[in-house]
Design a protein. Structure first.
Length: 285
């Protein structure tokens, strides 16, 4: 083997907190599966210290990193270059260090679409209701529009100005803005409902929403994956809707960074899902 083949490739998750992150388990599973000489870890980085952390990774020759709360939007001006996915979402969750340059990507949209295809094969629709309008929502909207041909969005958010900026940014014709108290009426006519908020996340406030206005064939997706079966997904399935969980999005969005850092587009399968669920269960004991 050549020296470059023998050299260990390293990547890391930067965020605060990161103690319960699943990304190290996800990437370590793939590294073991493909017999790659690599390492993926996690590093707690306080707000305001991201620039120093990125410089450290660049100086020690890491392949890149993932970014989670609270760094995804702060990272944008720190990149030397951006993929279109980062520009469209306004946030970076994957950094590739190439020839000493920091290149920012956002895999939220890709991960969501791949998870949707796996969880609701053959789904198609023209109208999607989106709860929340943060960075993840922007990436998901861009991908639904580009990859799935969605023509109309019902955007539901607490801050109307932020929602209207998204309408303008994406030139979303035939789309509507709804106040938070109008969220249930906004579901009428939607082929897909996506929760892009942290509501329903373990330890956060619950997501309170009645799904009676949702048409029967609509799919319900939640980007929250702790708990695995969120109250939203449980309610949707009781009504007969197909539910797409946030763990599917997490697994698929991890593929983008892994392929850049380690040279393999990894497979998402039941064994990986079982490993992540086992990890989540062990942490809850």
């Amino acid at each position: 083997m050549t020296e470059s083949t023998d050299q260990m490739r390293r990547a890391v998750l930067l965020g605060y907190p990161v103690s319960h992150a699943l990304s190290p388990t996800l990437h370590s599973y793939w590294l073991d599966r493909y017999g790659i000489n690599g390492h993926y870890g996690a590093m707690a980085v306080l707000p305001g210290h991201l620039k120093q952390a990125l410089e450290m990774l660049r100086n020690r020759g890491d392949a890149g990193c993932n970014l989670t709360i609270p760094h995804k939007e702060d990272a944008m001006p720190m990149m030397d270059d951006h993929d279109e996915s980062a520009v469209m979402s306004g946030a970076v969750n994957t950094v590739v260090i190439q020839d000493g340059k920091l290149i920012g990507y956002n895999s939220d949209g890709f991960g969501f679409i791949e998870g949707l295809k796996a969880g609701a094969p053959g789904w198609s629709g023209e109208r999607v209701a989106i709860l929340g309008c943060g960075g993840a929502a922007r990436g998901i909207i861009a991908s639904l529009r580009g990859a799935m041909g969605v023509k109309s969005f019902a955007l539901i958010n607490r801050t109307r100005a932020k929602t209207e900026r998204i309408i303008k940014q994406f030139t979303l014709e035939n789309s509507e803005v709804f106040e938070w108290h109008e969220r249930e009426q906004a579901l009428a006519g939607a082929d897909l409902l996506v929760n892009c908020t942290s509501l329903g996340l373990m330890g956060e406030q619950p997501l309170e929403i009645n799904l009676d206005h949702l048409q029967q064939q609509a799919v319900v997706a939640d980007i929250v994956y702790r708990p695995y079966e969120t109250p939203l997904l449980a309610s949707a399935r009781l009504r007969g809707h197909i539910g797409v969980d946030g763990l599917a999005m997490l697994m698929h969005q991890g593929r983008l960074g892994f392929e850049h850092w380690f040279g393999v587009d990894p497979v998402v399968d039941d064994a990986l899902k079982a490993r992540l669920l086992e990890k989540m269960e062990s942490e809850s004991l």
